[in-house]
Design a protein around this ligand. Structure first.
Ligand code: ADP
Ligand code: MG
Length: 944
């Protein structure tokens, strides 16, 4: 209690006043006051001072009013109660007299009806809970005798549990909240009377001394019996024994229990485990098998439940039989307590704690570290006003005391030591095991190392031997490769030589013609084989190069290559033999061939000359025969047989194309007909005997006579339709055209033109003649001669060509029309008749083309002046010629495009004449049709 000053200062004002007295109080605190707060965090003994709420450490004070009893009533009949409770305000009004009262505030105000349970729970239970949490606690009752102190605190409630007082209920809670295996709950029960402490559980123990730990200041009563509590019944038993002992003692001492203080001390020791950072890290780092380390902590708290002696003043006179000694001591403890409470409440520098045993025992309860609750009990009777008032004042003062609640826990060094020893043992044995393991491992490793070293040495030796062997083998293989390469090179040379030979043979073979096939086969074979060798050689070379780089498979491959080379050599030898044989064969064949060729050539020459001789002789014979016939008939004939023949053919041609019947027929005497048939017979005879090809061959003969006769023969043959095709097939047309171009002989010109005129009667031949330039050749001939017979033949040929509508444009472009008109100059009627026939043919074809729609435009005859010529000369010609020209004019008149030229040339007049005078009806009709349909002609006729 003496330390209160200091504690209060630290709680309330942070003032630190270290005093000599303070050290007394500090005895219970192990650390210095200044470092107390720090020790909360750092110290092994946790000193938790609840300084956040200073009020929590304040002494709690409740007031309890005893119900009225029988004793009170007789007196109280005249008096009103001196106290009035305001439990809802926790206030008590003390009425001094009828006109003055004072109000006091308490922590709790219990009316007379308040239950034991409610009193316990409101006042004592928080203290009991503190005890279980490791704090010291005190529950004390103060009051006048008979106000219910013992009832509140010490009632056993054997018959009615609801009557149980605080002691029983506190133990009940303590037992329920502790573990009988781990925790320790024990009690001492003492009585303090006349400053002597007596053990109520062992009444023989009297005057038990109070011992104070000089270091901690902790107060203890080592002489008192300490009984560990098993269960509540056990405690009730003890309490009963205590009560009995107290009663007996008081009887013996001839006193009342109200004069003594009863003190129940409950010791609670609880083991707690606290994580210690350093220790746990040590444990976890050393071995996972070790349990995590907890610092063993033990909480040692003490609960004092004090049933004080009655607080009333002892009336010296009223106390019967009391010894002086008692009067001297009886209230010493209580008086000292009152003084201490006053001092503490008034913040007095001196707390007379040592004045009595009670204050010494309660040093931690008031101004100490315990949680303290005080119940002041009062009676309702106004008779005891002053006692009640003093009790209330005691309570009011006590309320001002603030304790520094502190946890009572310390390290359990004993169990810590045991645990550490166990851990050391465990770790030591573990280390031993590990060491052993490591030793065996090391041994095994060393053994293995030795084995590896030995095998390494062996391997090195083997390596040296093997590398030497490989080097030797390498050198050997390289030498082999070199020799093989050399061999290959020589083979290649030989091969090249052979190839050259083959080439040479090839050239020889080419010369051979007859046995070309055979020889070429050989050549091919040779060339292929040579190529094959070359390829093989190249492959072999490649193989050899590969072998250089791949020594491993060298031997096998080399053997293979050698084999291949041998095979190649053999093949080459065989081939060279074959080559030689072939060459000799070719030579002999060539010689034979040459001989045969020479023989054939000479024979051919002989044959040719003989054939020519024979043909010429035959020709001579025939010519002579023909000449004889000619001479015989010359007198009876006006024209030559040939001419007659040709004109006959031409007339028949005109008839076939123009459909004008025999109007153009030239009457021939009967004799002449006979001669003709004789001649035809002769010609057919020659033809049969000599053959057409031979006759045509004679066209090229160097002999002019032979040539002329041959042409005459061909011309006569061409008069027959059946011969024309053959003549062309045998090249007769080509030969004739060549003659026309190359020959300068007039007779040749005449008979050739006749022959062509005959051939030109056939449409196919007309095409050929034109395409081979026949028209131009004929035009040349026409312009180059004035021989009427020749001109007649040429005009006849062109007239025939005029009848082919496909060739008209070409004929004009090649100068055919111009040449035809040009031949008018000869004035020969026969020639003009052919010209007129040509005009009629041309006009008729044009007219047909226009009618059928594949031709257009002005007539091609107009450009070359044919129309003008025909119109102007029409009347001058003989009847047959006139008929040709009238026909031509009628056809030209049908084309409207010719109308302008027709009108300008005066053709309309001729047309009118034809329509009226022509001997032929079809002609008259044609002329009329043109005159009536053409508006230009109509215009002319109307104007005339
Ligand atoms: P004290 O111990 O203070 O001398 P007691 O506890 O012996 O007083 O009480 C005196 C008498 O009053 C007893 O008979 C007790 O049973 C009775 N008494 C006290 N308080 C109460 C109460 N609250 N309710 C009923 N009876 C009570
Ligand atoms: Mg009592």
């Amino acid at each position: 209690m003496a330390s209160t000053n200091h504690h209060r200062s630290s709680l309330r004002s942070e003032r630190q006043i270290p005093t000599a007295r303070g050290s007394v109080a500090n005895a219970s605190i192990r650390t210095k006051p200044a470092s107390t707060k720090r020790s909360v965090a750092a110290g092994s003994l946790r000193a938790s001072i609840d300084d956040q709420n200073a009020d929590s450490g304040r002494v709690r004070v409740a007031v309890r009013l005893r119900p009225k009893n029988a004793e009170d009533f007789p007196f109280d009949a005249d008096f009103t109660d001196c106290v009035e409770l305001q439990p809802e305000l926790n206030r008590l009004k003390l009425r001094k007299n009828n006109w003055s009262s004072e109000s006091y505030k308490f922590d709790e105000v219990f009316t007379e009806s308040a239950s034991q349970r409610r009193v316990y729970e409101a006042v004592a239970k928080p203290v009991v809970e503190s005890i279980l949490d490791g704090y010291n606690g005190t529950v004390m009752v103060y009051g006048q005798t008979g106000t219910g102190k013992t009832y509140t605190v010490g009632r056993l409630g054997k018959d009615d549990p609801s009557e149980r007082g605080i002691m029983v209920r506190a133990l009940e809670d303590t037992i329920a909240n502790t573990n009988s295996n781990l925790d320790f709950v024990a009690v001492s029960y003492l009585q303090l009377y006349l400053e002597s402490i007596q053990d109520l559980l062992a009444p023989e123990k009297t005057n038990i001394p109070i011992v104070e730990d000089p270091k901690t200041g902790e107060v203890s009563l080592p002489g008192a019996t300490l009984v560990e509590i098993q269960d509540l019944d056990h405690f009730l038993e003890l309490l009963q024994i205590g009560e009995a002992n107290r009663h007996a003692a008081n009887t013996k001492l001839n006193t009342e229990s109200s004069r003594s203080h009863a003190i129940l001390v409950v010791h609670v020791r609880r083991s707690k485990r606290k994580e210690d950072n350093d220790a746990s890290s040590l444990a976890s780092s050393s071995n996972g098998d070790l349990p995590s380390f907890h610092m063993p902590i033990v909480q040692k708290s003490k609960l004092l439940i004090v049933d004080l002696a009655g607080s009333e003043r002892i009336d010296k006179s009223g106390s019967e039989g009391h010894m002086l000694e008692e009067a001297k001591f009886i209230n010493l403890s209580l008086t000292s307590l009152g003084k201490c409470i006053n001092a503490l409440a008034e913040n007095s520098p001196h707390i007379p704690i040592r004045d009595s045993k009670l204050t010494r025992l309660l040093r931690d309860s008031f101004g100490g570290t315990a949680r303290t609750s005080l119940i002041v009990t009062i009676g309702p009777s106004a008779r005891h006003y002053s006692e009640t008032a003093s009790t209330i004042m005691f309570g009011q003062r006590a309320m001002k005391i603030v304790n520094a609640i502190k946890l009572k826990e310390e390290v359990d060094y004993e169990s810590l030591c045991r645990r550490l020893e166990y851990q050391i043992d465990y770790l030591t044995s573990d280390m031993d095991r590990q060491q052993k393991l490591r030793d065996t491992e090391k041994e095994q490793m060393e053994k293995k190392l030795k084995v590896y070293e030995a095998s390494l040495a062996d391997a090195e030796k083997e390596l040296v031997v093997k590398s030497e062997h490989f080097e030797k083998e390498n050198i050997h293989l390289e030498l082999k490769i070199k020799s093989l390469l050399e061999e290959l090179n020589t083979q290649k040379g030989e091969n090249n030589h052979l190839f050259e030979e083959v080439v040479h043979l090839e050239t020889c073979l080419k010369q051979s013609k007859q046995h070309q096939l055979e020889s070429s086969t050989y050549q091919k074979v040779l060339a292929d084989t040579t190529q094959m060798y070359e390829k093989k050689i190249a492959e072999l070379l490649k193989h050899l190069e590969d072998k250089n780089s791949h020594c491993a498979t060298l031997e096998a491959q080399m053997a293979e290559m050698q084999q291949q080379l041998d095979d190649n050599q053999k093949l080459l030898q065989e081939m060279s033999k074959l080559n030689k044989e072939a060459a000799s064969k070719v030579q002999s064949l060539e010689a034979e061939n040459n001989e045969i060729l020479l023989g054939k050539e000479s024979l051919n020459k002989e044959l040719k000359s003989l054939q020519e001789k024979l043909l010429y002789e035959e020709m001579q014979r025939q010519t002579l025969e023909v000449d004889i016939v000619k001479l015989k008939n010359v007198l009876n004939n006006h024209s030559t047989e040939l001419e007659y023949k040709t004109s006959h053919q031409m007339d028949s041609a005109i008839r076939s194309t123009s459909g004008l019947g025999g109007a153009l027929n030239i009457p021939k005497p009967n004799k002449s007909r006979e001669t003709m048939s004789t001649q035809r017979d002769t010609i057919s005879k020659i033809f049969e005997e000599v053959g057409l090809s031979n006759i045509i061959g004679l066209l090229k003969s160097g002999d002019l006579d032979v040539q002329i006769h041959a042409v005459k023969m061909v011309a006569n043959l061409a008069a027959e339709d059946i011969n024309q095709e053959k003549i062309v097939e045998e090249g007769g047309l080509d030969a004739l055209l060549t003659l026309l171009e190359s020959s300068e002989n007039t007779s040749i010109h005449r008979v050739t033109a006749g022959a062509i005129a005959n051939l030109a009667m056939n449409g196919l031949n007309q095409d050929l003649i034109m395409s081979k330039g026949g028209a131009r050749l004929l035009a040349n001939i026409a312009s180059g001669t004035d021989d009427p017979q020749t001109l007649r033949m040429v005009a006849g040929a062109i007239a025939n060509l005029c009848g082919n509508e496909k060739l008209q444009v070409m004929l004009k472009e090649d100068g055919g029309i111009k040449a035809l008109l040009g031949m008018v100059r000869s004035g020969n009627n026969d020639v003009i008749a052919q010209i007129a026939r040509g005009m009629a043919n041309f006009a008729k074809c044009e007219s047909r083309g226009i009618k059928q729609g594949y031709k257009r435009g002005r007539s091609l005859l107009i450009d070359d002046g044919a129309l003008n010529w025909m119109v102007s000369k029409l009347t001058t010609f003989s009847a047959p010629i006139r008929r040709h020209i009238e026909l031509a004019l009628c056809h030209l008149a049908q084309n409207e495009d010719n109308a302008r030229e027709f009108v300008s040339s005066g053709g309309v007049k001729e047309l009118v004449r034809i329509s009226q005078e022509s001997s032929r009806e079809d002609m008259r009709n044609l002329a009329r049709k043109a005159l009536n349909s053409n508006p230009a002609f109509l215009a002319v006729t109307r104007s005339v």
